[in-house]
Design a protein around this ligand. Structure first.
Ligand code: ATP
Length: 237
């Protein structure tokens, strides 16, 4: 059974046809990169999967369950968790409080405490800064906190929107390493990235989206070696 299956998805914003028959599959345990230019429809794909925008056609299936018209809270509760672009940590809450927000929908508070300790074990820099306000962290630390907060919800799969945005290359590498570690804990990942090079280093497979539909799919190695991908997304040869 696939983790996520998107089939023939159409999304319109007023007159703008953002997705036109978008399809992709993420297998259980996979990291799948979704590459494409500005405005291609990457964010819209994630927003549809997390119930934030309503498709006009197509289906979204998460672990065998049709979630096409499910409410965002139900989708999070099913284990599909969106980490939006721009990090959006609560700047006046401490690191620890930000992580506790991830446990808001979880009944078992002892389990929330265990998950937060697990995040601190993965991210010792956050553990050192647990009493510091979110807004005072560096961009990379805020991105890691946003992913850590998503982990506290107990996800089976993460939808990550441009986690490398605005970060220095070394910091991008640490964020990608965190994504790899999260995946090693059994969490499937759909990774939207403009930074194709960084994404294809950790992805198993990838898709290229143009004008609201997938135009290319393959293993990460195939895509990294495809002349169209190299030219459009890897800065030429
Ligand atoms: P980016 O990397 O710039 O976010 P993207 O590939 O994620 O690009 P989307 O954000 O999904 O692309 O946008 C797809 C299309 O839908 C674009 O033409 C965009 O202008 C349009 N669009 C996105 N959100 C809205 C909205 N809320 N209202 C109207 N049009 C929108």
């Amino acid at each position: 059974m696939a983790a996520l299956e998107i089939e023939g998805l159409d999304v319109q914003y007023g007159g703008v046809h953002a997705l036109r028959g978008m399809s992709l599959t993420v297998g259980e345990g996979e990291v799948v990169a979704l590459l494409g230019n500005n405005g291609a429809g990457k964010t819209t794909t994630l927003s549809a999967a997390s119930g934030l925008v309503r498709p006009t056609a197509g289906t979204i299936t998460f672990r065998g369950q049709d979630v096409t018209r499910a409410r965002p809270e139900a989708i999070v509760a099913a284990g599909l968790v969106h980490v939006p672009e721009g990090r959006r940590v609560f700047s006046t809450l401490t690191v620890h409080e930000n992580l506790q927000v991830g446990g808001y929908l979880v009944r078992d508070q002892a389990e929330v405490r265990r998950r937060i300790e697990r995040v601190y074990a993965l991210l010792p820099r956050l553990a050192e800064r647990r009493a510091q306000q979110g807004g005072t962290l560096s961009g990379g630390e805020q991105q890691m906190l946003a992913i850590g907060r998503a982990m506290v919800t107990g996800p089976r799969m993460l939808l990550l929107d441009e986690p490398s945005m605005g970060l220095a290359p070394l910091v991008v590498a640490s964020v990608m390493e965190l994504v790899r570690e999260v995946n090693a804990e059994g969490v499937s990942v759909l990774l939207v990235e403009q930074n194709a090079k960084a994404a294809l280093k950790i992805a198993h497979r990838g898709y290229v989206i143009e004008n609201g539909r997938c135009v290319l799919a393959g293993s990460a190695a195939e895509l990294a070696g495809d002349s169209r991908v190299v030219e459009a997304y890897l800065g030429g040869v």
